[in-house]
Write a protein that binds this ligand. Structure first.
Ligand code: ATP
Ligand code: MG
Length: 229
């Protein structure tokens, strides 16, 4: 197994509030790895630590055997894209500008002028996430589900090696859930994209994920294939 992301004996939380207790697991390259658990069990906290948005108290997280802290912000931005649980921020941008921002992030820190290749990636992810028809529309005018798809497009436009998603199907109807998750699965198979995603719905997670991790009160209850859970 080609292990890409490793979390070892991870503990920590917010100031003096300990949330995660001794969490260990690893994720392989090209795997779709699902995290499930009740409200408040620490799923988002775990994703925040993996995406360097929250420091942890003890243990370690490595990517390709390198500790998270050793990546420069530029390298880290190229490696990982993150779609947080609440993307309620409404920026004064159009759909196309928002997706282009993801593309700029991909090039972050580099001297870069807009290329034909960037434009084709932007168009591709807008088509995949079904927001192409909305490209000139301002974010303020979108529904919750449309906005969720735009932020997903922004994350994909970064062409990350690892995609971190917190309840990506929030606000999405069944047909959009299926389109997006099918697409994501294809990217793991074809491009070796590694996906770590929180799900609320066990059935949906079992359908799409290679393995599932169950969290409860900040502890790992079970890790295994959907058949084993
Ligand atoms: P949900 O299914 O509702 O999204 P979750 O599993 O993602 O839940 P977390 O957001 O990780 O849960 O929260 C875990 C615990 O940490 C909860 O008890 C929550 O109150 C607490 N918590 C979350 N964010 C903060 C914060 N910024 N400061 C202090 N405590 C927090
Ligand atoms: Mg959460």
């Amino acid at each position: 197994m080609d292990e890409m992301l490793q979390v070892e004996e991870l503990s920590g939380g917010y100031s003096d509030k300990n949330i995660l207790k001794n969490i260990s697991f690893s994720v392989s390259r090209g795997e779709m790895f699902g995290i499930l658990g009740p409200n408040g069990s620490g799923k988002s906290t775990l994703l925040k630590m993996i995406s360097r948005l929250l420091p942890y108290k003890s243990g370690q997280i490595t990517i390709d055997n390198r500790s998270l802290q050793t990546f420069s912000s530029k390298d880290f931005a190229k490696l990982m894209a993150v779609l947080p649980q609440v993307s309620s921020e409404v920026f004064p941008f159009t759909v196309k500008e928002t997706v282009e921002l993801g593309r700029y992030a991909h090039q972050r820190g580099l001297f870069h002028s807009w290329s034909r290749e960037d434009e084709s990636v932007v168009q591709e992810v807008m088509a995949l996430t079904k927001v192409k028809g909305l490209q000139g529309v301002s974010l303020q005018e979108l529904s919750g589900g449309e906005r969720q798809r735009v932020f997903l497009a922004q994350a994909l436009a970064q062409e990350p090696n690892i995609l971190i998603l917190d309840e990506p199907t929030n606000h999405l109807d069944l047909s959009h859930q299926k389109v997006l998750l099918d697409q994501m699965k294809r990217w793991t198979r074809q491009r070796g994209l590694t996906v770590v995603t929180v799900f609320h719905d066990l059935n949906l997670a079992a359908l799409y994920c290679d393995r599932l991790l169950l969290l409860d009160e900040g502890e790992v209850i079970h890790i295994g294939t959907p058949e084993e859970v």
